[in-house]
Design a protein around this ligand. Structure first.
Ligand code: AHG
Ligand code: MN
Ligand code: MN
Length: 346
């Protein structure tokens, strides 16, 4: 590395510290919390890297008497997140996709425990056995209640009140991507010295629909607006889509990350019959919505902006579309047209 290259060299730690300087009222509590999530992700990274080895041992009939190694990676990642975050004075409570109820931490001293952290410890876990990227997603809210112990309502806040959101992708390299409402920044884990290094400052989603990402096997289950939207992008004459490709990993973090860098739209719409989506509002959709908006994109259910939804339950699932502003606005128009038509024919 030359001297000039070092001038812009930032680790996750130094970058967060430099950003914190931009908010003089901040006491560093929140920055510590983000750095701690960075640490948790390095521990998960280490486990994910060994996943294949652990599987091989298992397949050869080597019986592992140590419970940890036999644990599925998603519950292991969950334990890592909980263990690294629960002792932080700033954290009043945790909510995880893997836990039926929020983990309310014990009484905190005054001024402590002011944040709750919600997370999907391992996203895309069905892909792990095939060595396909997986991820961790997190969302941070300031508590709304003021007691020494947090209330259930602290976890049920709309996405627009998130103070930070981000994800880690355990891919060909491991990356930590986050926003605190001041742009989206990406860091790549340098395996040589085990630090996240700033590699993608201020990510903006390119204004090109490079990728169309959905589980297209579900096409028959989609409503008419979603079918029209998919058909328009995949087969329509609009030159904007002449070079669009279908790309779907089945790990939302990986699909979101690729589309953030290349441009495009990711959707997991509702099943027409049940009216329900698959992805979870609090651990997946709301954090992706904040990241997308911070990068110049949008996220919607088709009828409502994801950031505006007031959650009614912890594990709520919603129909979800995220990506370029242009495509998301088009999708919302098609859904509105479908609804208007249904109204006039009713
Ligand atoms: P998780 O592993 O946290 O349960 O999430 C899986 C999700 C998401 O990552 C992905 O986009 C989606 O499930 C894939 O679903 P399909 O297999 O139905 O396409
Ligand atoms: Mn998930
Ligand atoms: Mn998960």
């Amino acid at each position: 590395m030359s001297e000039s290259e070092f001038r812009d060299f930032h680790t996750l730690e130094s970058y967060i510290a430099s950003q914190q300087g931009m908010h003089p009222q901040s006491r560093g509590v929140f920055s510590n919390l983000l750095r701690r999530i960075g640490l948790a992700s390095k521990l998960i990274h280490a486990k994910v890297q060994k996943a294949g080895l652990l599987n091989i041992l298992g397949a050869r009939g080597v019986i592992n008497v140590q419970g940890e190694q036999q644990m599925k990676l998603d519950s292991l990642a969950n334990e890592v997140m909980k263990a690294t975050l629960r002792w932080m004075p700033a954290v009043g409570g945790l909510a995880s996709e893997e836990e039926s109820d929020p983990v309310v931490l014990g009484p905190r001293d005054e001024g402590e425990g002011e944040y709750v952290v919600l997370f999907d410890p391992l996203d895309g876990s069905s892909n792990i056995d095939a060595n396909i990227p997986v991820g961790t997603i997190f969302s941070i809210h300031r508590r709304t209640s003021s007691g020494r112990v947090c209330d259930p309502e602290d976890f049920l806040q709309p996405g627009r009140s998130q103070v930070a959101a981000g994800y880690v992708i355990y891919g060909a390299s491991t990356m930590f991507v986050y926003t605190t409402g001041n742009g989206v920044h990406g860091f790549t884990l340098d395996p040589e010295f085990g630090e996240y290094v700033l590699s993608h400052e201020n990510i903006r989603i390119p204004d090109a629909c490079t990728c169309f990402s959905a589980n297209e096997r579900n096409y028959q289950k989609w409503d008419d607006a979603t079918k029209r939207f998919a058909d328009h992008i995949r087969f329509g004459p609009d030159p904007r889509y002449a070079r669009t490709s279908s790309r779907y990993v089945g790990t939302a973090v990986a699909d979101f990350h690729r589309n953030l860098l290349y441009g495009g739209v990711f959707l997991y719409p509702a099943d027409r019959k049940t009216g329900k989506g698959k992805l979870r509002l609090l651990y997946e959709c709301a954090p992706f919505a904040m990241l997308a908006e911070q990068a110049g994109g949008l996220a919607t259910t088709g009828r409502q902006r994801v950031a505006e939804i007031h959650p009614t339950e912890l594990h709520q699932r919603i129909p979800f579309a995220v990506g370029n502003r242009r495509e998301i606005e088009l999708y919302e128009r098609l859904v509105a047209e479908m609804d208007a038509k249904a109204k006039t024919s009713a």
